[in-house]
Design a protein around this ligand. Sequence first.
Ligand SMILES: *Cc1c(COP(=O)(O)O)cnc(C)c1O
Length: 358
Amino acid sequence: MTDFTVEAHHNPTSAERIAQILQDPGFGTHFTDHTAVIDWTAEAGWHNHRVEAYGPISMDPAAAVLHYAQEVFEGMKAYRHDDGSIYTFRPHANAARMNRSAQRMALPQLDEQVFIQSLEQLVAADKQWVPDGEGEALYLRPFMFATEAFLGVRPAKEISYRVIASPAGNYFGGELKPVRIWVSREFNRSAPGGTGAAKTGGNYAGSLLPQQQAAEQGCDQVLFLDPLHDNAIEELGGMNVFLVTNDGRLLTPALTGTILEGITRSSVIQLAQDRGLTVEERRITLQEWERGVDEGTITEVFACGTAAVITPIGELVDGEKTIASTGTGEVTQAIRDELLGIQTGTVEDRHGWLHRLA
Ligand SMILES: *Cc1c(COP(=O)(O)O)cnc(C)c1O
């Protein structure tokens, strides 16, 4: 065990104010009183593990992250169970993924146990911020970024790792509302050999303009296509995609290096197999999607990720053409209920996915 020092906030948020925030937490706008921090230098490695008051970061204007975007992040949730205990979901998978992202972005590796300890330490300090409403959680955001003041181009020798936390409401008020998706024909999210498999801010920066175009077309999200052929589906800006067939198969694009390997994606695959569905990870063209919906062989389509868990995809808008809505189907609803049930402690955790934080 690595020792974290804990310096409690001098003027923490009052219980009344926290209760008020937890009434309607929204997503990503309120932050807890503390942050977990670990520093890294090329000479000393990881050091100064601590929990301190949440607040602005003082950084040199030449810090490498501000110029060359050398950073990675993670996203996970802590759920309060009925007995008051607090659990997170598959944190080893997040730790391993952060290290894969870090490797790609020439950032240092962080020991998985230390990653998990940083979550435990932060949640221990900010327990009262974990909501207990249905589907509500404390969203945890670990991230790592280059702080070294240097404008030359090479991996930075000074890095900061932090975890912040933000109470999150139930995305769609418990009801699954199908979203409208815009197919981006103009932009790709990533390319072979690029950074698409790393959870790094630059991928998101590049998705904002296509996302804006989608919004202008009355759509909620963007679907990105295969960068080489523009006809196979990849993923949304921050969610993986699944199609359900009428003969018991679940289809999802294979991980070819341009798609982010979602932990929700991997959990959905497992739960689908448990239900006797055949999972096919392969290339899926837009034509297959369109024809399948027309002919009734594709009965449900959904997207998944930590923030919204599972969201049914309604219409798919491809320029002038709209692929009809499949609505919320039984398989989508069943897998979503089971996954959220495991996370919130109402369904047996038969795969050992839960990790107690507090
Ligand atoms: C984080 C992320 C996902 C979903 O991953 P989860 O581990 O399920 O939250 C999917 N796509 C992209 C691009 C992401 O950044």
